[in-house]
Design a protein around this ligand. Structure first.
Ligand code: IPM
Ligand code: MG
Length: 360
């Protein structure tokens, strides 16, 4: 029996709908495994800007630091997307949170549930058995370097910067994970062109000497983008910089059938943050059709990584597997063969997961 305090930060768009399901799953786990979970909630993103004028209010940050883990939804609003002049943006809240909490490692497992082999636009025989663990560096790179305009605003710049220690700590996390898997690590950079990538490769090569059992491959990011689709099974653990990781993990989500299935953990110096990799999806917000499984699987990652509750995490993954086996789908993972009365909304899908969880 453990006591844990969890902060729910739904953010914008479908973040609200999917974290509501995530919380119900946490409750079910607490009941089943005799834990005590307490909750609080806080604002971030567009909804925080509307309420307080800032995308990451101080109180949210305080609550995050005080919590044992954060269940996060998404941030973003279409109103800013077509307004490049907006000075205050929802995403700034997310980036500030990552920096302030020292969340330097973003872990994104890409695992295809067998039942979803047909949900991807990639051929099933290419996909079957694919299982990739991405480590995306999350607090450096072009995301956080100096940015600005010059020449009367006609020229813009974003500086990409990495220090040795920043590369080393994410590399070590990835090597350690590789030791517990297939002992295979692919480090992705663009060392043929970019200086930060040359330092990246140098540091990863150095760190590799501490892990002689792990087979290391260095790849250029353009080649990785191609190979992920051509032969996803060749990858096991992948480690890469912030921007490359952002792009490659969206691409890799198609290996798992849908963005709606992918969970992520952001960890570092303090509280871990668990969130779907999908965004706020305003096109479907409020319709009750968003896939809650990425949030549910984010809860599983939280239990495993932040709380060391492996059986609890596996119970959730098992329940999701059963629900999919029973043929239930949200719209994003349905296909022509899906029986129409098995296409469920957000809440209904959550309820199916809860049913299987309690039956375990
Ligand atoms: C992600 C998102 C964010 C990122 C956006 C919303 C700022 O795409 O978490 O992958 O670019 O990191
Ligand atoms: Mg992204």
């Amino acid at each position: 029996m453990a006591n844990k305090h969890i902060l729910i930060v739904p953010g914008d768009g479908i973040g609200q709908e999917v974290t509501a399901v995530g919380k119900k799953v946490l409750d079910a786990i607490a009941k089943k495994f005799n834990h005590q979970f307490t909750y609080d909630s806080a604002l971030i993103g567009h909804i925080a800007i509307e309420a307080t004028g800032t995308p990451l209010p101080e109180i949210t940050l305080q609550k995050m630091k005080a919590a044992d883990a954060v269940l996060f939804g998404a941030v973003g609003h279409p109103k800013y997307d077509n307004d490049p002049t907006a000075k205050v943006r929802p995403e700034q809240g997310l980036l500030k949170m990552r920096k302030e909490l020292g969340l330097y490692a973003n872990i994104r497992p890409i695992k295809l549930f067998d039942e979803l082999l047909d949900a991807s636009s990639i051929k099933p025989e290419i996909l079957k058995g694919a299982d990739i663990l991405f480590f995306r560096e999350l607090t450096g790179d072009i995301y956080f370097g100096e940015k600005g305009r010059k020449n009367n605003g006609d020229t813009a710049y974003d500086v990409a910067e990495y220090s040795r220690y920043e590369i080393e700590r994410i590399a070590r996390k990835a090597f350690e994970a590789a030791c517990n898997r297939k002992k295979k690590l692919c480090s992705v950079d663009k060392a043929n062109v970019i200086e930060t990538s040359r330092l990246w490769r140098e540091v990863v090569q150095q760190v590799a000497t501490d892990y002689p059992d792990v087979a290391v491959e260095h790849q250029f990011v353009d080649a990785t983008a191609m190979l992920l689709i051509k032969d996803p099974k060749r990858f096991d653990v992948v480690v890469t910089a912030n921007l490359f990781g952002d792009i490659l993990t969206d691409e890799a989500s198609q290996i798992a059938g849908s963005m709606g299935m992918l969970a992520s953990a952001s960890i570092g110096d303090g509280t871990g943050v668990y969130e779907p990799i999908h965004g706020s999806a305003h096109d479907i917000t409020g319709k009750g059709i968003a896939n809650p499984l990425a949030s549910v699987l984010s809860v599983a990652l939280m239990l495993d990584i932040s709380f060391g509750m492996l059986s609890e995490a596996n119970a959730i993954i098992g329940a999701v597997d059963e629900v999919l086996k029973a043929g239930y789908r949200t719209r994003d993972i349905a296909n022509a063969a899906t029986v129409s009365n098995k296409i469920l909304g957000t809440e209904q899908m959550g309820n199916e997961v809860l049913k299987y969880l309690s039956a375990l």
